[in-house]
Write a protein that binds this ligand. Structure first.
Ligand code: ADP
Length: 172
């Protein structure tokens, strides 16, 4: 299991994987953070394809091509906006990971990289989000042999420390 999960510190737009996941918003028409970084590298054709998708509900995921990104595809998922922790945030965040992985499987994607969905502008507490991300990915990989590798992209050293600790606890 542990060899199928990777941690990477840096910018998700540089990764040469089959799919990178975008922490998008419900319009799929661009936002801040990782979303704007992905659109900036992918180029205007990504936004043109996104316009045809008719948005995306919170917790759901939709796929496009990657255009000028090194990644072949982008899987756009919409994380929950953090409110008080009692507004379905945990379940919706878990759905983002599950649905992104299901979309990846359905499109024969074998390597996929996730940013820390909802933990930027959407304000989800990092540790709690990481617990959910790691739990859902491991659960999925245990039932699915087609996906070869999942990379968690940490945008800072401190995020990396949280991921490595929680991943260690879950895989030993
Ligand atoms: P959300 O609206 O879902 O919170 P954000 O894009 O604001 O999405 O942040 C999600 C996470 O992505 C945050 O942890 C942020 O630090 C991280 N992030 C921002 N830019 C990048 C990038 N280029 N590559 C990887 N992670 C990024």
């Amino acid at each position: 299991m542990r060899e199928r999960v990777d941690l990477y510190i840096g910018d998700i737009t540089t990764l040469q994987v089959d799919a990178i996941v975008n922490a998008a918003n419900t319009t799929l028409l661009g936002g801040g953070g990782v979303d704007s970084a992905i659109h900036a590298v992918a180029g205007p054709e990504l936004l043109a394809e996104c316009r045809k998708l008719g948005g995306c509900e919170t917790g759901d995921a939709k796929i496009t091509r990657g255009y000028d990104l090194p990644a072949n595809h982008v899987i756009h998922t919409v994380g929950p906006i953090w409110r008080d922790g009692r507004s379905d945030e945990d379940e919706l965040l878990a759905s983002c990971y599950r649905n992104s992985l299901s979309v990846a499987h359905a499109n024969n994607i074998d390597t996929i990289a996730f940013p820390a969905i909802s933990t930027g502008v959407y304000g989800f507490p990092k540790e709690r989000a990481t617990e959910i991300a790691v739990r859902e990915v491991i659960r999925f990989l245990n039932q699915d042999n087609a996906i070869v590798k999942v990379t968690f992209v940490c945008f800072s050293e401190s995020d990396f420390e949280v991921y490595s600790r929680i991943l260690g606890e879950r895989t030993t």
